[in-house]
Design a protein around this ligand. Structure first.
Ligand code: SF4
Ligand code: SF4
Length: 238
């Protein structure tokens, strides 16, 4: 097994461990409001991770993203996520609305921590319901195309360490696009060699399946002189 496949397998195992967190929070959050605080906790981790690694947290550490990848994907038609789902106007409008709603609801009883917990829990219920609904009819990661925290991470660090595509090695089989959880148009970037998609969640699934070893990320450990770690099988960093 190559290093890259091992990394991808480890990520999937971590996701299996994280997915129950969102299920438990949704099921028990009303009675145990402390569970609602997983929402700001994940937001905080996303914010810190977003500064240097863009949407890495979306792809590796978000319990809801893990649930979408590992569970919802089995029931989803996996259609291409419509481009307009990623439109900046939609995304930033939703960001302002949801963050504003959280602040207004919390201000209604600012001294009671259980109220805070229930506000976060309710936000998690509503947004997950939208995500699951879209997952059944469009794609399991549809929600992630306009999730406010994803939007923030994308804006903060989505342009750092873009994935690269080696035009000479790519045979345009499009296996990478089939496994991409964000349904990004990876091959359309072949000519310029840089997959400058700030919504990449850095899962490395595309790198692991590429038969031509055409995908890599600059700055990976042990990259060869031409910028690609062929000895290890893939430049699988995030
Ligand atoms: S999987 Fe690799 S070879 Fe196939 S289209 Fe994607 S980058 Fe090109
Ligand atoms: S482009 Fe590759 S690394 Fe980025 S989200 Fe898609 S499959 Fe994952």
């Amino acid at each position: 097994m190559t290093d890259c496949k091992r990394i991808v397998r480890r990520r999937r195992m971590v996701q299996w461990a994280l997915a129950p967190i969102v299920v438990g929070t949704l099921a028990l959050g009303w009675w145990y409001p402390i569970l609602g605080f997983t929402v700001p906790l994940v937001m905080g981790v996303g914010l810190i991770g977003g500064l240097t690694r863009g949407r890495y947290v979306c792809g590796h550490l978000c319990p809801r993203g893990s649930f979408f990848d590992r569970v919802l994907s089995r029931f989803s038609p996996g259609r291409t996520i419509p481009v307009w789902f990623r439109s900046p106007v939609l995304r930033w409008t939703l960001f302002v609305l949801l963050m504003g709603l959280i602040l207004v609801r919390i201000s209604q009883n600012v001294s009671l921590w259980t109220h805070w917990g229930r506000v976060f829990w309710m936000m998690c219920v509503v947004t997950t319901a939208v995500g699951v609904g879209l997952g059944f009819f469009v794609h399991y990661r549809s929600w992630c195309a306009f999730c406010p925290m994803g939007t923030l991470q994308s804006a903060l660090g989505g342009r750092k360490r873009h994935l690269r595509i080696d035009a000479e090695r790519c045979i345009e089989c499009r296996r990478c696009e089939k496994v991409c959880p964000m349904t990004l148009p990876i091959v359309s970037h072949k000519a310029k060699g840089v997959v400058d998609e700030p919504d990449c969640v850095r899962c490395s699934e595309c790198v692991a399946v590429c038969p031509g070893q055409a995908l890599f990320r600059p700055g990976d450990a042990a990259v060869s002189a031409d910028g690609y770690n062929r000895a290890a099988g893939a430049g699988c960093g995030s």
